[in-house]
Design a protein. Structure first.
Lengths: 420, 420
């Protein structure tokens, strides 16, 4: 595992030390990336990973197989990463990256696995997060594993699973009558008040919001390494990524930069077109992309049952829009009706229960196949960012499906419940 | 992948052909095991698997890494197997085998992954299963992937996730006002009636109940291969297995037989003590073990929130009891209160949300640590057979936890919900 050389702000390229916990570039409020001594890394890091993993400890079998390009830290691990890549049974070029197989059933485990490992390394005692749901669940789990207190702020109408996660993992759970943007404001105000009140430094909460500290994006970059390794160290033609905060997309792009510099991918290989998929009920990136804007506007009246996509203004919007345009991809929004139809289509025809976020991506894929913009043979990696099983309540509600528990107990043996 | 030499009944050792679909030994009603030409296998099968997997297709990264000891069939795969093995943060010798990372969130994916692959190979069109919940969900998913119709019979009070799985995967779902034993009876009666009515052979349902056909146990044996490989091709001191039907335990024992014969494990290595863990509300194996019986009795008034353990009389009871005694292990039951306490303990202190079945195993582990029968340094592999996230409704009910959805919408921003 390499030492961090420095932290670098995304656009201005200011350098900060990683010896102390950092949030944003204090001069510009930009996000920070982790940077290594790449000359040193070229000598030590190798993509010949499977042989190494076999010889290493059992905990190295997940995303820590990429330890040679991750910060030098003792992992707080729950088995995150190295998720299945499943070939579609209908579209020969389409691969589903099944992130629902992660701990806490979502890709969020990668970013928070690394960020909490670093927080423990720094000796932080209180971590706070505004979340659309799954980041809260993941933080609660990793904080519990690390012996750190988690403070969760999420909309009160998140999937029930996210609420339960917070409670059972022993977190400090705040259900907010608002959106993730309200949650972010509340976390910020609380920390400001704690500082104003002169709380001892170790009692002040650390804001572990994605892109407001450097390590969640660093953990998520492993999705980029993994998809390339699982395709035999080649790029696909396109990557479809459900975009709430969009940080997975940013992390993958960083991974592609690094892999090219390390020579793990031949220089000049054509990068995949990056597609950001949203719900039409909350589509700030789609709107900004279509209007040719550099940044997004706060999306008014955000509403969709794809809970993870209810992010009215992603903090990394500018970086995301840059990547979409540079790669030749774009942003597409799907209605909740199209998302639900795609969930049922994929369940019935491929045996996969996608999350609503993942189904926003498959719905958009169908649209591009229908229009001819994509061919079924184009090699596409599509991320199912979470397990459909985390959304049983949301999916059932969207389907108007009755619970078996509402049956009269006198129902005769063999009775069949049909959906209403 | 080796050809199947023959199918063999467990005790009488009658041989049957695998050229046609088989259920039980017609002469003795015993379960059937898959047998290979072991002399041939010794020449062709190798435990040097990681190198092979790296060169193979992406779908070979799960349990199909053991293709060299599985039947020669085209896999219907959803990414099952090769689940994380997590070292406990408190007990240095304890490892959690996290089967919740499987497709459909449970170990059932292994057995049904293989059984549905074989069913497709045989050209079967209708598969029926009585289930405590998770087998129904897994069959529904794999049948959907294979283009086969699934007929599910499960108790009406299974976790809601199991019901939803059946519906979204497009299965024929029967919610029964009874237990899995009632479900099994109904499936048997339906098939009998279909035959009596002279339905064409391809329209008659095939009963894919575990141990009533040979391939579910064959798929589950991969848990045995995996735990040994992930421990560097050595045995642990003990294996803790939540036991409803108990077929995972039977499958692992078969894997140990095979690995020893193939020389993957040194001859004379001491096998792990096998522990079968149940809920005291449904503990037929515990009762039979404690009373020194060879078979179990039907457990009256079976009731526990560990839905997967509500199996009043496992079909493989005799095999299970033999294995427990031969290995020097035993059977232990835990109350629902102890199971819930263990769920909360593991969530808060290790960051893992276990299924109630998995927590029946951790509760028993605690008991043996407290009594001194086990030391924290004894190497134990404990199976969490399913994802806690599949049981949000059962766990919440056991905790008397309110849903955030029941909040008044006028609740002020920042309001905190506390569990009642």
């Amino acid at each position: 595992m390499p030492k961090i050389a420095y932290l670098e702000s995304v656009r201005t390229h200011n350098r900060l030390s990683a010896d102390v916990p950092q949030t944003l570039d204090p001069a510009t409020a930009e996000s920070l990336y982790v940077r290594y001594d790449m000359d040193e890394l070229k000598k030590t890091a190798t993509r010949d990973l499977p042989a190494k993993a076999a010889a290493a400890s059992v905990t190295s079998l997940g995303m820590w197989r990429y330890a040679c390009v991750l910060p030098d830290v003792t992992p707080v691990t729950l088995g995150e990463g190295w998720t299945p890549m499943l070939q579609s049974k209908r579209y020969p070029g389409l691969y589903i990256k099944e992130e629902g197989a992660n701990p806490t059933g979502a890709f969020k485990a990668r970013g928070l696995g690394l960020a909490v490992s670093m927080a423990k390394h720094y000796g932080l005692k209180h971590l706070a997060v505004p979340s659309a749901g799954n980041a809260a669940g993941a933080l609660a789990a990793y904080a519990a594993a690390a012996g750190i207190t988690a403070h969760l702020y999420m909309p009160k109408d998140v999937p029930f699973a996210n609420y339960l996660e917070g409670i059972v993992y022993g977190a400090d759970v705040h259900m907010v009558d608002g959106l993730i943007s309200d949650c972010a404001r509340l976390v910020g105000e609380e920390i400001k008040a704690q500082k104003a009140a002169g709380l001892p430094a170790e009692e002040v909460w650390f804001d572990i919001s994605t892109l407001k500290e450097p390590f969640r994006v660093e953990g998520k970059k492993t999705m980029g390494y993994e998809l390339v390794e699982q395709l035999g160290w080649t790029y696909p033609d396109a990557v479809f990524y459900p975009t709430g905060g969009g940080v997975g997309l940013i992390g993958m792009w960083k991974a592609f930069d690094e892999m090219e510099e390390l020579g793990w991918i031949e220089k000049g290989s054509k990068r995949p077109k990056m597609y950001a998929l949203q719900a039409s009920g909350c589509a700030p990136i789609v709107k900004a992309y279509d209007e040719g804007k550099q940044v997004s506007e706060f999306y008014q009246h955000a509403a969709t049952f794809a809970a993870g996509l209810r992010v009215p203004k992603p903090y990394g919007d500018q970086i995301i829009l840059d990547i979409l345009r540079e790669s030749g991809g774009r942003a597409i929004g799907s209605t909740d009706e199209a998302i639900l139809a795609s969930i049922l289509d994929w369940a019935k025809n491929e045996g996969l229960l996608l999350s609503p976020e993942g189904a926003a991506a498959t719905a958009a894929y169908d649209e591009l196949i229908a229009s001819g913009e994509l061919k079924p043979t184009d090699k596409v990696v599509l991320f199912n960012t979470g397990a459909g099983l985390k959304y049983t309540d949301m999916i059932a509600e969207a389907m108007h499906l009755r619970r078996p528990g509402s049956l009269p107990t006198s129902m005769p043996v063999g009775g069949i419940i049909t959906p209403v």
